[in-house]
Design a protein around this ligand. Structure first.
Ligand code: BGC
Length: 984
């Protein structure tokens, strides 16, 4: 049956015989909840493999997650029971015929591994969870579900189909080669009453499906980007309500996407088949789908893609390319093509994709130099860009790209006659909906840009080879027409419209924000309005770059999964959105892109090699990102899945290191976009080698690999010793005298414990000493900026950290905001009111000037973790630390030091809140942690007697325990609930 909104709560709270809960569990739960009363625990937010009621899961043992909610303090789940059944009816009768976990003592709610009967292809699974509170009362959830995907290769009855492609393999040309998107269709009859109908679909290219005139699902850019030679994803859709008795029709759009379209800077750099920058995986898109119908009489039917389908390239999408844009000729629309009884006699029969035969070409890309210091060279090697079946097909494990939000223009200007510029007021990634009325054949051109020149013209220099232009040709409907491109997206705030019939009003253009549908999970506000705008800018930049994979930027001819950017920002990403499924997906591409040497490349997927096939600190993302996911979601399976790849990577790192030190090797990105003295690559390489070793030790321990944990811990110690011998002096100074060198060494725990404060003070003095009337004193680039403020706060220089954070001087976050930024920029001075885009000397590289680059936005991690003080104490936020870091009043002459913060984070266990306010005489903290968690709270206080909670002296506060006083802080412990502390 169809799953979705239709399933109702099964009320079952009394259905289980109350089993005795282990006394020990109860005792543990009672730790901070002496009254042991019923807590009204509610299990909510049931998810399977991090997704709500997912269709087509191909994990043999999917993991189940829920949250418990309660308004009581100290609420904890004492035990749980999961029931999984193959029908809702079964579950209603409380039969978990697929799996009954039995009552399991403990508070686990995250990633419980299914351990029932073996699940089969296409199987429907319905589940619910019961949780017991400390008083032994059971509370049951509503029903959730998942369905299984096609688990065995032989389940695929469909084959890849395509159109007959007679075009030769392209050569590099001055203008882009942009073929039309193709439409495929198939009519079929459903003779009997349909019980269940599922579609499994994938493409080499990107596809959209229709059934009887209705769009199937709402995902954009499916099936997502993989190395299509090795692996592709398929999506699963429940289309039960769409199949009708009698005549039906399936329709599919298929466009080039990442498979055959322009990707990255390939065209500009002359990479790819015949240096074209396109057709990187193959030249002819293909579709594979099958509709599986189950009739009420128990019979089944499969409608697979095969040569009985029809195809045409004569439809309205004349061009559809991520980087170049879309051209849509509405005169070529074919109304009714996805419905039965459409006349497709002019369409061609589809062919098996392999029938197009091999398409030999020479693929150009860089090859590594002969030794670590040497240059790379472009080389050509023979490839076949004809059809090749992906070696593996996997169920899409991520979250689809979807239209998430609509944006109305804030202003329309007309810089020249007939040209209209729409300002959407916000830089973002997506498309527009165009509304227009006019004569057939009228052509409207839409160009996109992030910024305007001072004379009001659209700035597109920074798009490089991305044409980022859409065209719409009117069919001449007298009621008006509407259009939204399907197969492209742009990074933009401004849309330039040429050729519009008459004068457009604000309704003519609506911005449609597209990104992977990762639910937002954070909030931040404070007493400095600059910081509030900055927070919004960080979140918008994350949204603009989480389009199927974490990209560097959404606008220019790049949009690649750059690994350095990803590792710098990954922790911040987990704070701002639930990216569990999103990174689970991308990490498969990362592991798949591992180089033969064992290193990880600069970006993943890796369609071509540019420069060396790795760069230090970029390659380490292969270890850092899985570690980050584990920390955020308590996910040990991701460690297990990545483990062999990570070990191979560490073996490579060990083999390139000399005497436990890093070397100058690979692409020299280093502390990318820093100012002043460069931090040498061999220093960065040592630091990241150590960091990766340390994370490996922690991850090994987390998955029960004790021996490996020990080995990586020893490796870390060796690197640390070598690092200290080479770089660290007894007075706490470092041989490499840059802010980044200090920030990294402190952040990655490479200094002797007794030297941290001294070295931290040296770093602080460098920043302080570097400040002038015009300059903030910060010199750090991508690598050094992320740890800068966390490190300053951790070495007792929080006032400086907050002061620098609030600076509006160049370079700083406040400077960007003061220049009008609505997203985070690639460069601190991407644009200045004074010097425009050219920078101070007018020579700034416009082609490397993105206005939506998230790396410097990693400061959001400090805003939430340190300033607001919301931190995890170990993996998965089961234990939380609330440790606000208010600056000292009067510690900043330029801007009033931040004196209140309101922040929250929706962790996998639920919402964590830290709202604090400091006045001359008191400090107030309103905090909340979810059921099932405990918190350690750091409250500034001179003595415990000076603290009240909800108006009561601390000693009488319910559910709060004073652990100790430590250097002006009271350290407290609480269980779940809302607490209001005041200290003086
Ligand atoms: C990207 C960066 C990336 C870098 C490597 C750039 O083109 O936009 O963000 O990390 O290359 O240095």
């Amino acid at each position: 049956m169809a799953v979705g909104g239709g399933i109702r709560q099964t009320s079952t709270s009394t259905m289980h015989s109350a089993k005795t809960i282990f006394a020990a569990t109860v005792a543990a739960v009672c730790f901070m909840n002496p009254s042991v009363r019923a807590e009204n625990l509610t299990p909510v937010a049931l998810r399977c493999e991090y997704r709500v009621n997912p269709q087509g899961v191909d994990e043999a043992q999917p993991r189940l997650t829920w949250r418990v909610e309660s308004s009581a303090r100290g609420a904890k789940q004492a035990a749980y029971q999961i029931l999984v059944a193959s029908s809702v009816e079964g579950l209603r009768k409380n039969s978990g015929e697929l799996w009954d976990s039995g009552q399991v003592a403990g508070n686990q709610t995250v990633n419980v591994v299914y351990a029932g009967k073996a699940l089969t292809s296409g199987q429907e699974c319905f589940w619910k969870v019961g949780v017991w509170d400390a008083a032994g009362k059971a509370h049951w959830s509503t029903v959730a579900s998942w369905t299984m995907g096609l688990l065995r290769p032989e389940d695929w009855r469909a084959g890849y189909i395509s159109f007959r492609d007679t075009t030769p393999v392209g050569k590099k040309a001055a203008t882009p080669w942009l073929p039309p998107a193709h439409q495929f269709r198939k009519e079929f009859a459903a003779a009997k009453t349909v019980k269940r109908a599922m579609i499994y679909a994938t493409a080499l290219g990107i596809y959209e499906l229709y059934l009887n005139g209705q769009r199937v699902g709402d995902a954009r850019f499916a099936p997502g980007w993989t190395d299509y030679h090795q692996r592709a994803y398929y999506q699963t859709y429940d289309v039960t309500p769409l199949v009708q008795r009698g005549g039906n029709a399936l329709g599919a759009w298929v466009a080039d996407g990442w498979y055959a379209g322009y990707v990255g800077f390939g065209w500009g750099a002359g990479f790819g088949p015949e240096k074209t920058g396109r057709d990187l995986y193959g030249k002819t898109p293909a579709l594979m789908a099958q509709l599986e119908i189950e009739y009420t009489d128990g019979t089944r039917e499969i409608i697979p893609t095969d040569n009985t389908w029809k195809v045409t390239g004569e439809g309205p999408v004349r061009e559809g390319d991520f980087l170049m844009g879309e051209t849509y000729d509405a005169r070529k629309e074919m109304p009714g093509w996805t419905r039965a009884a459409f006349d497709d006699t002019k369409w061609e029969p589809a062919i098996a994709a392999r029938e197009n035969g091999p398409a030999p070409a020479t693929f150009y890309e860089d090859a590594n130099g002969d030794n670590p210091g040497s240059n790379t060279k472009v080389k050509g090697h023979p490839v076949n860009v004809g059809f090749q079946r992906p070696a593996k097909l996997e169920a899409f494990p991520g979250l689809p790209v979807r239209p998430i939000q609509e944006i109305k223009p804030v202003a329309i200007t007309s810089p020249t006659n007939g040209v209209y510029l729409f300002n959407l007021g916000q830089n973002f990634a997506g498309v527009v909906r165009l509304k227009v009325k006019g004569p057939a054949g009228t052509e409207i051109k839409l160009r996109y840009g992030e910024m305007l020149y001072s004379d009001g013209r659209l700035m597109t220099e920074n798009l490089r080879k991305a044409r980022a232009t859409d065209h719409y040709i009117l069919r001449g409907d007298k009621h008006g027409e509407e259009w939204t491109p399907r197969f492209t997206f742009h990074g933009f705030q401004y849309v330039e419209v040429t050729g519009y019939p008459g004068k457009p009003d604000k309704d003519a253009i609506t911005g449609i924000v597209l990104h992977s549908d990762t639910p937002l999970t954070s909030g931040f506000e404070c007493s400095d309005p600059m910081a509030n705008r900055l927070f919004q800018n960080v979140v918008w930049t994350q949204r603009a770059n989480f389009v199927d994979l974490p990209t560097d930027c959404p606008q220019r001819d790049e949009r690649l999964g750059w690994m350095g950017d990803a590792q710098i920002y990954a922790h911040c990403a987990t704070l701002n959105a639930d990216v569990s499924a999103f990174y689970t997906k991308w990490l498969r591409e990362v592991m798949e892109a591992q180089r033969p040497s064992g290193t990880f490349p600069g970006y993943c997927p890796y369609p071509f090699q540019a420069g060396w096939d790795f760069g230090t600190a970029w390659c380490d993302a292969g270890v850092i990102c899985p570690h980050t996911l584990w920390q955020a979601y308590g996910d040990t399976r991701i460690i297990e899945r990545c483990w062999p790849f990570m070990v191979k990577f560490m073996d490579w790192r060990k083999s390139t290191s000399k005497d436990f030190l890093g070397i100058k090797q690979g692409n020299d990105w280093g502390d990318w976009l820093s100012f002043g003295t460069k931090t040498p690559l061999e220093y960065v390489d040592t630091v990241y080698f150590a960091y990766s070793a340390k994370l490996m030790a922690d991850m090994a321990a987390a998955i029960g690999k004790g021996r490996e944990a020990e080995e990586y811990r020893e490796l870390f110690d060796h690197i640390k010793t070598a690092f200290n011998q080479k770089y660290v002096q007894a007075d706490g100074t470092l041989a490499v005298d840059t802010e980044t060198a200090y920030a990294l060494a402190l952040y990655m725990d490479l200094l002797p414990a007794d030297q941290r404060l001294t070295s931290g003070k040296i770093l602080a003095d460098k920043l302080r000493g570097g400040e002038t009337a015009e300059n903030s004193g910060m010199t750090t680039g991508f690598l050094g900026t992320r740890p800068l403020l966390p490190v300053l706060t951790s070495v007792g220089e929080n006032d400086l950290a907050v002061k620098h954070f609030q600076s509006r001087k160049f370079p700083s976050w406040g400077y960007e905001v003061a220049q009008g930024a609505t997203t985070i920029w690639e460069r601190w001075n991407s644009y200045t009111k004074e010097h425009g885009f050219g920078g101070e000397n007018g020579k700034q590289n416009a082609s490397m000037n993105s206005f939506a680059h998230y790396s410097f936005g990693a400061v959001c991690e400090w805003m939430l973790n340190d300033l607001a003080g919301l931190q995890a104490d170990g993996p998965g936020y089961e234990k939380v630390i609330i440790h606000p870091h208010p600056p000292t009043p009067g510690s900043n002459m330029a801007h009033e030091p931040i004196h209140w913060v309101k922040a929250h984070y929706d962790s996998i266990h639920g919402r964590i809140v830290s709202n604090w306010r400091r006045t001359e005489s008191k400090f107030e903290l309103e905090m909340e942690i979810p059921a099932n968690t405990t918190a350690t709270i750091w409250l500034p206080a001179s003595s415990a007697n000076q603290i009240t909670e909800s108006g009561h002296p601390l000693a009488r506060a319910h559910g709060v325990k004073l652990m100790r006083m430590e250097e002006g802080w009271a350290v407290l412990e609480t269980g779940s609930g809302i607490y209001h502390f005041v200290s003086r």
